[in-house]
Design a protein around this ligand. Structure first.
Ligand code: FPP
Length: 247
């Protein structure tokens, strides 16, 4: 693997004992990346998948336990059909080419979002990926697909009301129980949220789970996001003092 000077430097600087356990990424700017190059928007998404490949490899190498990637939001259905169709073709392509490597690297695939509303071929691709990596114990690669945080919270509330009515839950619902009703049940909250493309918004992503996450923004569009930038984010994270409201 060829490393730039800055990458070598960052590899020295990063404290291996303080790697964020869970990194979540809002992969933004594919469209602008393409348009600014005079290319169709799909080209940006295609290149975005390449960045996903590299980011997964790098996060795994760094020793990240969970990597959550926001790949498609519940709001993204409002894009033109040709773009939605293109985006929906990507998970299948990704798993087709990457699954053997993910299996080899002991990565476990997870899905966060409403799978039922995804086209059958997408559901199958993710389901096959999940099934093939179910017993893996390495990094959790969590794709947020057809994901919207408010929907997730409402779903949890409704399921909790039902559980309460059936007597499954006794007493008051606490934070731990509530978390178990979210799509992300069993996963720790993100330690670090990265958003590319210069936007500084959460965009209905993991609203509950990001309560105490460190936020890191870069103006670089997702297709140009790199190993070096992931390491910059991790290094920056390591310089912060997380207080969780305490002194
Ligand atoms: C935001 O960029 C990005 C998306 C809506 C899709 C992100 C998806 C990928 C990077 C590929 C997913 C890969 C797999 C394997 C599922 P944008 O189109 O909103 O960019 P813009 O704001 O510049 O228009």
């Amino acid at each position: 693997m060829h490393c730039t000077e800055r990458e070598k430097e960052l590899l020295q600087l990063i404290d291996r004992a303080k790697i964020p356990g869970h990194i979540a990424i809002i992969m933004d700017g594919n469209g602008r990346w393409a348009v600014e190059k005079g290319l169709p928007r799909q080209e940006g998404h295609r290149q975005g998948v390449e960045t996903v490949r590299e980011t997964v490899r790098c996060a795994d190498k760094l020793g990240v336990n969970t990597l959550t990637l926001f790949a498609f939001s519940t709001e993204n259905w409002q894009r033109p059909a040709w773009e939605v169709n293109y985006l929906m073709s990507l998970p299948e392509k990704y798993f087709h080419s990457e699954l053997p490597e993910l299996i080899r690297k002991n990565v476990q695939v997870r899905l966060t979002g409403d799978a039922a509303r995804l086209p059958r071929k997408v559901r199958k691709a993710v389901e096959d990926g999940r099934e093939a990596t179910r017993d893996n114990t390495g990094m959790i690669l969590n794709f947020a697909l057809n994901y919207g945080s408010r929907t997730e919270i409402l779903r949890a509330v409704n399921n909790l009301i039902n559980a309460k009515a059936k007597g499954v839950i006794k007493g008051e619902v606490d934070e731990k129980t509530f978390s178990e009703y979210l799509y992300t049940a069993g996963l720790p909250d993100p330690d670090l949220l990265i958003r590319t493309s210069g936007e500084k918004r959460i965009s209905n992503f993991l609203l509950w789970q990001l309560a105490y996450s460190e936020l890191w923004f870069t103006s670089v569009y997702w297709p140009d996001f790199s190993r070096a930038l992931l390491m910059e984010a991790v290094y920056d994270y390591q310089q912060r003092k997380r207080r969780f409201g305490k002194l």
